[in-house]
Design a protein around this ligand. Sequence first.
Ligand SMILES: [Zn+2]
Length: 306
Amino acid sequence: MAWFKKSRKPLEGPADKSSKIPEGLWVKCPGCAEVIYNKDLATNLQVCPKCGHHFRLSSVERVRMLFDDGVYEEHDADLASTDPLQFTDTKPYSARLKAGREATGMKDALVLATGRIEGRRAVVCAMEYGFIGGSMGVVVGEKITRGIERAIAERLPVIIVSCSGGARMMEGALSLMQMAKISAALARLDRARLPYLSVLTDPTTGGVTASFAMLGDLNIAEPRALIGFAGPRVIEQTIRQKLPEGFQRSEFLLEHGFVDLVVDRRELKAAIARALGFMLPAAAPRAESVETSAPAATPSEFETTA
Ligand SMILES: [Zn+2]
């Protein structure tokens, strides 16, 4: 027999809590610990107005930011992984895919889009960190490759914005093959004499760094982005040495010749447009330039895949 009985329903707790402090209205900046109003961040391309800390952009925010008036056409949005290995680690890969889809509303970790950058048409691929850490699986590889092939067919430049933890190990060797596949497609783009700009954002690591992210005609990094192959912790444990200050950050890599430019996000679009203006002829290029371009300019190992 119960001594006390709840005769009434409990006070409506959860509804009350949510109404007091709307979630995500204020953000604490990890750079300067300042509390920033979310709308101020949004109008500032998610860059802290006080210290310039770059918050992570979603892939959709990224393409909106790069294209004129945020207008673009998305391609191959329906490509989805089939979980070929029926892989399970701490949880099934199929569950991770489902969680990623629910979190981002996307089928996989990349947006492939065409639009105009300061009037010039371009193909942009933007990786989505919110989808299994922006990892590169079969779908990401296929979409980037299709983007490059589209660029070759329509004579457009390619911009890939990396934001990734590397190859998606739940797809095993298939994910690693994407490195070669995308690199081979980029070699064909090079032979067609079309520019490829790589934008490296926080974080760009693993197989993404080891393939297309470092193959740009221009490699542009956002400030203070973590860029590397293995993470700093793994390297320190392997070589048993303390790494230098700022190791694997954009500025360190610029100093050591790994990236060409470090550009603030607020100036990124202008920098890309300027580079494209420099690399591409103002008038429409002649069609035969594809055939007459020198194959000697590309690495020989890519020749067989063309
Ligand atoms: Zn700040």
